[in-house]
Design a protein around this ligand. Structure first.
Ligand SMILES: Nc1nc2c(ncn2[C@@H]2O[C@H](COP(=O)(O)OP(=O)(O)OP(=O)(O)O)[C@@H](O)[C@H]2O)c(=O)[nH]1
Ligand SMILES: [Mg+2]
Length: 341
């Protein structure tokens, strides 16, 4: 295990090759990965994780590049995880993007890694979560978690971020309608990018309206004195202990509006760490992560310990000798030490 100790030291020292190796172990679901994650887990000095998602072509990658520059300018250590469930493991569009970017930023000490799904249960978010813990244990101040789209997988991944930025562009009204349910749920900050184009203000208004509508069903009691009409017209005011996603206009390739974004991230971070509501969100995320880790560990343990019985049961089911419910129940009982399968 001295090999593992060297790896741990390398990660903690921010060694790029050690980080890449740890990511590979996680990608390949190497049994050493679990041991490694146990050894490096830290509650302290974690990196701040910013999720970036949004509509196709809205300028997510350009914006991420801009954010990297901005944070590097502040002397921060930055890592980027590009999450691309659509690409095969060897690479898709986003990886191509990132290879170009990597050449650009490697000298600055930016760690860039692409993560694609490996097809196991909760694969994408689980391996992303594991890689995040490697980065937490390392020397990074900021981790940017960029997703290619707004599918269910990607939205789930954003739950691993402390703060999620949703990027839109003018003229995407229909897109917003189509995806709003999922996106409104995950957004902590909105960027209306390409604000150098016409229609940016209309997009801002669309978003404001959706946020106001979203608040009505649960917020009726809180909104005494306001009529529905007035809440639709004006951007709603945040209640104490509540986070209302700000909507900011940006022009990514000119770095315009990025400082305001970073400012909004800081405010959201403060909300998470200083308010009861924020702390509850963080606790919920820890619960969700623990469950995911536990379930995966249980599945791995059952697969390893009961491989023979599993295939036996499967044969019985396929041959019509047993039903899947009774078979599952028997195996669970056996795993709990209640009886033999
Ligand atoms: N006019 C204008 N163009 C922009 C802006 N930001 C990005 N672009 C351009 O928009 C195009 C798409 O930008 P990307 O950063 O690749 O967008 P993306 O959201 O990462 O795209 P996908 O990964 O394909 O979904 C590129 O040609 C950018 O140069 C902006 O603020 N204004
Ligand atoms: Mg992109």
């Amino acid at each position: 295990m001295s090999d593992l100790s060297t790896l741990v030291q390398g990660i903690q020292a921010g060694n790029m090759r050690a980080l890449a190796r740890a990511c590979r172990l996680i990608d390949e679901r190497d049994p050493c990965a679990f041991e490694l994650l146990k050894r490096i887990f830290t509650h302290e000095e974690r990196a701040y994780v910013i999720g970036v998602t949004g509509t196709p072509g809205a300028g997510k990658s350009t914006l991420v590049d801009g954010l990297i520059l901005l944070y590097l300018g502040q002397g921060k250590r930055v890592a980027v995880l590009a999450v691309d469930p659509t690409s095969p493991y060897s690479g898709g569009a986003i990886l191509g993007d990132r290879i170009r970017m990597q050449q650009h930023f490697t000298d600055e000490g930016v760690f860039i890694r692409s993560i694609a799904t490996r097809g196991h249960l909760g694969g994408l978010s689980r391996s992303t979560g594991d890689v995040l813990h490697v980065l937490h244990a390392s020397t990074f101040d900021i981790v940017i978690l960029e997703t290619v789209g707004v599918g269910q997988d990607e939205l789930e991944v954003t739950q691993l971020a402390d703060t999620t930025l949703v990027v839109m562009a003018p003229g995407q009204g229909d897109d917003i309608q189509a995806i709003k349910a999922g996106i409104l749920e995950v957004a902590d900050v909105f960027a209306v990018n390409k604000s150098d184009r016409v229609g940016a203000d209309a997009t801002v208004q669309d978003l404001q309206q959706m946020l106001a509508l979203r608040r009505m069903p649960t917020g009726v009691g809180k909104m005494q004195g306001h009529t529905a009409v007035s809440t639709l017209r004006a951007a709603p005011e945040a209640e104490v202990g509540e986070w209302l996603p700000p909507i900011l206009k940006t022009v990514a390739h000119r770095q315009e509006g990025l400082a305001d974004l970073v400012d909004a991230f800081s405010k959201h971070r403060e909300f998470l760490t200083t308010t009861e509501a924020g702390k509850a969100i963080q606790a919920q995320r820890q619960v969700a992560e623990f469950r995911a880790i536990l379930y995966q560990a249980l599945i791995d343990a059952v697969d390893a310990r009961f491989a023979e019985q599993l295939s036996e049961k499967l044969r019985d089911i396929v041959d019509g000798r047993a039903d899947p419910y009774s078979s599952a129940e028997l195996l669970v009982r056996s795993a709990m030490g209640e009886s033999e399968p």
